[in-house]
Write a protein that binds this ligand. Structure first.
Ligand SMILES: C[S@@+](CC[C@H](N)C(=O)[O-])C[C@H]1O[C@@H](n2cnc3c(N)ncnc32)[C@H](O)[C@@H]1O
Length: 208
């Protein structure tokens, strides 16, 4: 997987399997903060579900922003967890990224304030084994055409079952079909922030 520098100076990887970069070229780490962490309005003590751990940047942004947090991340590719160990981040993120790297190496990390657990396997299956209630969900798969199993109505229904009332799901995709599946799964869908392009991202609220 080749390293690619993005516009905020953070580095992402190009996935040979999916023929896509792991993040937007307008800024990999910026995307984690602006499209995932900030719109979810996270509070200390919250529990987050990350779908697609990838290079761990969403986890990094979450623990950098909220000092007491629990994250459960789903990831199917062990190679990705190994590849992210070689990545470097800006000095201000280094300490937190070391924590994320430990989590990726051991599949878990725990201190007095931060708990990260990574569940290896296909999220379509592992989501069904979770027995946890989430305050927020980061849905960060590759694009719907390349990674279709994580954007289906059935998968969204499984995700919604695990979310607390008024919990929010954030995703970068604004595809019509994705929003239609989220709506049919029972979410209230709204525009998320516009970052690095003209279209908004998507926020889906579990209001029922
Ligand atoms: C766009 S990347 C995620 C980027 C990541 N959130 C970050 O902050 O660096 C998508 C990730 O989803 C993983 N993935 C794709 N299909 C999956 C599946 N069915 N189950 C679990 N993980 C999957 C890929 O291996 C990849 O690491």
């Amino acid at each position: 997987m080749e390293k690619v520098k993005t516009a905020d100076d953070s580095v992402t990887l190009y996935s040979d399997k999916y023929k896509e970069t792991f993040h937007t070229m307008s800024g990999a780490i910026e995307e984690s903060f602006k499209k995932f962490v900030e719109p979810c309005n996270l509070k200390p003590g919250m529990t987050i579900l990350e779908i697609g751990f990838g290079l761990g940047y969403n986890c990094l942004a979450a623990i950098h922003s909220i000092k007491k947090i629990k994250i459960i991340a789903l990831e199917k590719d062990k190679e990705v967890l190994e590849a992210m160990q070689d990545l470097e981040v800006l000095d201000k993120f280094k300490a937190d990224f070391e924590i994320v790297k430990i989590a990726a190496k051991n599949l878990h990390y725990k201190d007095d304030n931060i708990k990260i657990m990574i569940i290896l396997g296909d999220a379509v299956d592992t989501i069904k084994e979770l027995n946890e209630e989430f305050d927020a969900v980061f849905l960060d798969a590759f694009s719907p055409p390349k990674n279709p199993e994580l954007w289906t109505l059935e998968f969204f229904k499984d995700v919604k079952k695990l979310m607390k009332k008024d919990a929010v799901l954030a995703t970068y995709s604004y595809a019509r079909k994705v929003r239609e599946n989220l709506t049919n799964a029972g979410f209230s869908v709204r525009d998320g922030p516009v970052v690095g392009r003209r279209s908004p991202s998507t926020l889906a609220f579990n209001e029922s």
